[in-house]
Each structure stands twice: as structure tokens, then as C-alpha cells.
Design a protein around this ligand. Sequence first.
Ligand code: ADP
Ligand code: MG
Length: 384
Amino acid sequence: GKSDIVVDDEATIYEGENSNLTVGIRIRPMNFKELNDPKILSVVKVKGTDIIVDCESTQHTFHYDHCFVSYTDTSRPTHASQKIVFDGMVLPLVHNAFEGYNVCLFAYGQTGSGKSYSMMGSESITSTLSVPCDDAGIIPRFCYEIFLQAALNNNITTVEISYFEIYNEKIHDLLGNNSNISGSKRAPLKVREHPVLGPHVVDLTQHVVQNYEDLQTWLKVGNSQRATAATGMNEKSSRSHSIFSIILTQEQKDSTMSKSSKLVDTSRRSKINLVDLAGSERLSQTCASGDRLREGVSINKSLLILGKVIASLAESTNNRKRGFVPYRESVLTWLLKESLGGNSKTAMLATVSPSSLHLEETLATLRYACQARSIINRVRINED
Ligand code: ADP
Ligand code: MG
């Protein structure tokens, strides 16, 4: 039969290259259950920088800046390891941070699609090795790369980290020292807007880390606090956003002379936010009663506002004018204000399942990511 291909590219506004926003998709491997059920098919494929989704008589094609596919059988030539994802999509952001840009990277997708695996990696990442293990995700690799770059240049580099989560629009420190109180019982922290430095969390714990071993110690603390808070709270982790922040400060080594002069500012400061977002699954699928409903509503709200913020930033970049950006409508976007827009580079890694079981959520994620990129390409093939 002949194929009738319709490409709807009226929404093509810009190509990613000169943009401050890049969007990548990562397809996780089929899991054991999916592989062993003959009714479940793998329906999401990568072709270059396109994602192709096979529905019954329709094929959807979406275009992105980066597409990665991971297989359980890692011998396949197209297998995207943690290193390949990092080198392809994140390493440029490390360089941007050293150039003085603020940087923000999100993992967006339904629960179980690979957000935490991509951002953090498996348990073994905190086994105190001096280099990231194969399974290490974006957060440990980002920090490791900062230490490498810092050793190569001639500046005094300071790396300060913090790690917290937002649950029901409330902020909880994951690196605080009162670890005998469970996360939910601790009083939430507040946001305040500094006239120069922008919005920040009041009394949030900050740690200076000197090397990769230091970092792993704090990741272990933070991840175990996140896990402790999740048990007994209805898989809270799927309904909370976790934010790992780095403040990178570079000072020239020979700045002793200029320090006395107020006119010369020799330090460069950039803020990096690495965000593991709450599951994007729709409110209709969550149990619609009491607390659960409130959780669903606030999560949907912050993901919705995030979408609005990204859309209005993309629009103002394209039209070269400043429009209204609704940062303050959610805690998440308010806190990320300085690293979204303005002097910043933003990346979104949308994670999807390849399985026919999750087709609807996968299409919703791919559309959200496309919208963020302001490009929607849809190809319909009608077979006869
Ligand atoms: P999410 O954080 O989006 O809910 P997870 O990152 O916890 O999802 O991933 C769900 C499961 O799939 C985990 O067991 C994880 O180890 C596995 N997984 C996800 N992505 C990959 C990948 N690219 N390669 C191997 N395993 C993965
Ligand atoms: Mg997760």
C-alpha cells in the first residue's frame, strides 16, 4: 500500500542550536515483566533525533535535540549508557557553568520511566570509588566533571552543594543534621527573594565539597533521607520533586591585588539545579480523595506552571522581547527563577517507557517535551 505522510510543522518556531533550551528523550529498557508478557510490545523507537511511536494504524514522529535508547542487552550498538547520555546532553552544560551561566536540568516523565536512574543512578554510586561507576547518573557525573575541570584551570574553585525536596509545595532539607526526625515531621523551610541573588531557601544546609569522595558521602545521606521519607507515605518519592543544587564559584588566583579595589570583581558565580521531577502521570490516575487529591493537584500545578514558564521563555527568546513569566505561581519555578531564563542554559531530559502498556503516558510526555521545545511534528501514515 501507499503511505500518505502528513507533516504538521506549523509550530516550528526555532531550531535548538542557538536556543537556551535543549530537549532530550531517553527510552528505558523493557523490564522483566514487560519482556515476559507476549501481549506487551516495544512500541517506541529512535531514528536519529526523531522518536517514532507505533500506534495501531498511526505512526507518530517527534523531533528533539537528543534521543537516547537503552537496552537490557547492552551489546547493541545504539545502547545509550549513563556516560553517553551525560557526554551528549550534559557535558556542554558543565562548560556553560564554568563560563558563568546558570544551569538547570530536569528529568520529566511518568513514575518508573527512569528519571531517578538518569539523575542519580543505582545504589552502587555511593560505594566511595574515586571515579563515577558505570551506573552513576547525571548528578555524580556533573560534580566529578566540575572537579576535573577545576583541576585543569588556574582559578580557585569552590563547590557548594545542597539537596532538598518539594512535596505538596513544601520544602524539606535532605542534608540537614537532624536526621533522627523523619522528613515529614520536620518543619518545612521557607523561600525568600534576595534582591541580588534571587529566590532561595532560608536555612537550607549547604556543604562545601572538595572532591568526589566528599560528594558521595553527602549523596548517601541525602538519598537515604529521601528514601526514609518515602516509605510509609504512599510512595512519596513519585509525588515529590527533588532538587540538587550546586553553587560554583571561581576566583582568580592572583586576585589579592584587585581585592582591595572595589571596582574589580574577579569572582564568577553560577548556580546549577539538577531536578528529578515528580511523576507526570495524570491526576485522573491518582486516587481522587483527601490528601492524595491535594498531592495530585499540587504536583500537576507545579508541572503545569513549569510548562508555562518554559513556554513563555521560549516565546520571549523567539520574539526577542520579554513577556510575563509566571515564576511565582509554584514553589518549584520560583526557586528555579535564576536558572530558567536570563543568563541561563536549560535542558529537559524526558524519560519514557518503550512498552505498549504505557503508550498513553508516553505520548503525553513526548508532547509536553515537544511543547517545551516549541516544535511539534506529527507524521500520520494511513495504510490502505
Ligand atoms: P522514576 O524515577 O522515573 O520513577 P526509576 O529511575 O526509578 O524511575 O526507574 C525505574 C526502574 O527502571 C528502576 O529499577 C531503574 O533501575 C530501571 N531503569 C530506568 N532507566 C533505566 C536505564 N536507562 N537502564 C537500566 N535500567 C533503567
Ligand atoms: Mg524516581
